[in-house]
Write a protein that binds this ligand. Sequence first.
Ligand code: FCA
Length: 331
Amino acid sequence: MKTKLQQWAKPLLASALLALLPLASHAADPVKIGFLVKQAEEPWFQDEWKYAEQAAKDKGFTLVKIGIPNGEKMMAAIDNLAAQKAQGFVICAPDVKLGAAVARAAKRHDLKVISVDDQLVDGAGKPIAGIPHMGISGYEIGKQVGLGLLEEIKKRGWNLNEVGALRVAFDQLPTGRERTMGAIDALKAAGLPAANVIDAPQAKTDTENAFNAANIAFTKNPKFKHWVAMGMNDEAVLGAVRAGEGRGIRKDELIAIGIGGSQTALNEFTKPAPTAFFGTVLISPKRHGYETAANMYSWITTNQAPPAVTLTSGTLMTRQNQTELRKQMGL
Ligand code: FCA
């Protein structure tokens, strides 16, 4: 009887142990986390990577940074991470509508996903449940842009009826639309006529495309005596500033406030002569880079998922307070 039991129990035990092996070796794998960004050349994303690296150093994991300028590169990057035995990734996708594709690929490879900056959506435009997100509170930060513009308009004694509001727009990205609409709503609430809002849609979210969009808008609207400009980030607003300069609309006729506060803004602030790039709402690449990566690490190692949505705030930064403010924010 005993021998019989041993006879069938042995292989059973062996196969049970074998089945456990991949699990055990998986748990012992060193932690590897991907950080995928849509525009690796943009200073904001460089900064995010820098702070994610800091998290990697502090926690002791490997960070794999990949630029994903389009959907094809994005899918290849996710496959590549799986092949390298990563356990998860943080992503700012080139198009938020790729959300379902990201979720599917992650599931197929058993990878955890956190989105950063741009929240992934499904085919119906709804945020994808199960992908925690950290972004900026776009509408609020946009309002801060608008209030900053208004304060400077007041200082200069401009009549709002004579002010054109150039909105460098990238409305297919929800956070982009929220940011610029927040600014416009603040201006309108203070009395800017709706007809003074001039939309300049940019084809891509970089300075060159913003420049082209703004250039057309300035040319088509010579009637305004003064201008303000806003956009989804510093690159968009810088495009408007450069386009203005090309048309003789300089700092005395144009007040521009961006969003970001990374190197793009700092370059403007450290020029010996001020430009129309009056300010920016400083947001935190440290929180977005460090915290998302550290949250992913906790999720992988302790199975503790981060909150579904975290929205970060910003502070108006100008030439005057840039050094102090960046120091305060630990940048
Ligand atoms: C978006 C923009 C970036 C940055 C980030 C917080 O992804 O493209 O420039 O503003 O949100």
